[in-house]
Design a protein around this ligand. Structure first.
Ligand code: A2P
Length: 274
C-alpha cells in the first residue's frame, strides 16, 4: 500500500498530497467508494456541502476504524451560505453530517463575486479556526484579485487555493501567485473530468513507464507541487490513482503536456459564477 507524502501548509500543518475527490459521487455511493479509498491508502478526503454527500463520507469515516488524527478531511461553505452568521451555521451542519468535531481544512467554495460576500465569509472561516472547528483555512476557485482582497483586508493568507487545474488549464498565473505567497495550489478535475484520458500523447508517455494517462496526469500534478484530488468510484481506478510513486516524468514529457494547454475549462469561470 503506497504511503502518500504530505506537503506542509503555511500554518505548519501537513496535508497529504493526493486526496480522494468526491464531487458528483452520490451520497449512497460515496461510503463504499471512500472505504475503498481508505483501504487503498488514501487518508485525505475532499468533500463540500454542495456535494450533498458529507453524510456518506461521515459514515465511511465512522466505519473505517481509522483514528481521527490519521485522517485529513476537507469541506467547503457553499455560495448561498456566504456571510458571517450563515457560514458559522453551515459549518455546524457540515460537522453534524460528517460526524466530526472538527475538519482539517475549511474552504470558501467560490468567491461568488456577484451575489456572495467572500470577505464576511472569510471573517467567519477565521472565527471557526479560532474556535477549533477547523484546523486550517483556505479558499477555492479564487483568482488573484480575490486572493489579494482577503489578504489585504485580513492579513491572513489562506493555506490553499483549490482551482480547476489540468493539462488544458495549467493555471500558471494563479500557481505563481500562490507560490510567492506560500499558498498551496490544489487541483480539482485534475484529469479534466476524464476528457484527457484517451489523449494519444498522454497515453504514449504512460506507455514509456507502464502507466496510464491518468497516472501520468497525477504524476504531473505531484511534480508541479499541486495537491491533487482525483475522483473515481471504480475500485481499480481508485487504487491506480495512487500507484504513482515509482516513476518520474522527464523534460520531454513535460514539454508534451505543456503543449496540451488550450485554456479550455470543464467548469465555470469563477469571475462569472453565481
Ligand atoms: P469513475 O468515477 O467512473 O471511475 P476528475 O478527477 O478530473 O474529475 O476525473 C474524474 C473522471 O475520470 C471520472 O469520470 C472517473 O471515472 C474517471 N477516472 C478517474 N480515475 C481514472 C483512471 N485511473 N482511469 C480512467 N478513468 C478514471
Amino acid at each position: 500500500m503506497p504511503t502518500i507524502p504530505a506537503l506542509e501548509m503555511n500554518d505548519g500543518l501537513p496535508i497529504p498530497q493526493i486526496g480522494f475527490g468526491v464531487w458528483q459521487v452520490p451520497d449512497d455511493v460515496v461510503t463504499d467508494a471512500t472505504l475503498t479509498a481508505f483501504e487503498c491508502g488514501y487518508r485525505h478526503v475532499d468533500t463540500a456541502a454542495l456535494y450533498y454527500n458529507e453524510g456518506g463520507v461521515g459514515r465511511a469515516i465512522a466505519a473505517s476504524g481509522l483514528g481521527r488524527d490519521e485522517l485529513f478531511i476537507t469541506t467547503k461553505v457553499w455560495n448561498t451560505d456566504h456571510g458571517y452568521d450563515t457560514t458559522l451555521k453551515a459549518m455546524d451542519k457540515s460537522l453534524g453530517l460528517l460526524g466530526l468535531d472538527y475538519v482539517d481544512l475549511y474552504l470558501i467554495h467560490w468567491p461568488s463575486p456577484a451575489t456572495g460576500d467572500f470577505l464576511a465569509t472569510w471573517d467567519a472561516v477565521l472565527a471557526l479556526r479560532d474556535r477549533g472547528l477547523t484546523r486550517s483555512v483556505g479558499v477555492s476557485n479564487f483568482h488573484v484579485s480575490h486572493l489579494e482582497s482577503i489578504i489585504e483586508r485580513f492579513g491572513v493568507v489562506p493555506a490553499v487555493d483549490q482551482i480547476e487545474l489540468h493539462p488544458w488549464l495549467p493555471q500558471a498565473g494563479i500557481r505563481a501567485f500562490c507560490a510567492q505567497h506560500g499558498i498551496l495550489t490544489e487541483a480539482w478535475s485534475p484529469l479534466a473530468s476524464g476528457a484527457l484520458l484517451d489523449d494519444p500523447g498522454l497515453v504514449a508517455v504512460g506507455a514509456k513507464y507502464g502507466k496510464t494517462a491518468a497516472q501520468v496526469m497525477i504524476r504531473w500534478h505531484l511534480e508541479l507541487g499541486n495537491v491533487v484530488l482525483p475522483k473515481s468510484v471504480t475500485p481499480e481506478r481508485i487504487r491506480q490513482n495512487i500507484d504513482v510513486f515509482d516513476f518520474g516524468l522527464d523534460a520531454e514529457d513535460f514539454a508534451l503536456i505543456a503543449a496540451l494547454e488550450s485554456g479550455h475549462r470543464t467548469g465555470p469561470n469563477p469571475d462569472e459564477f453565481m
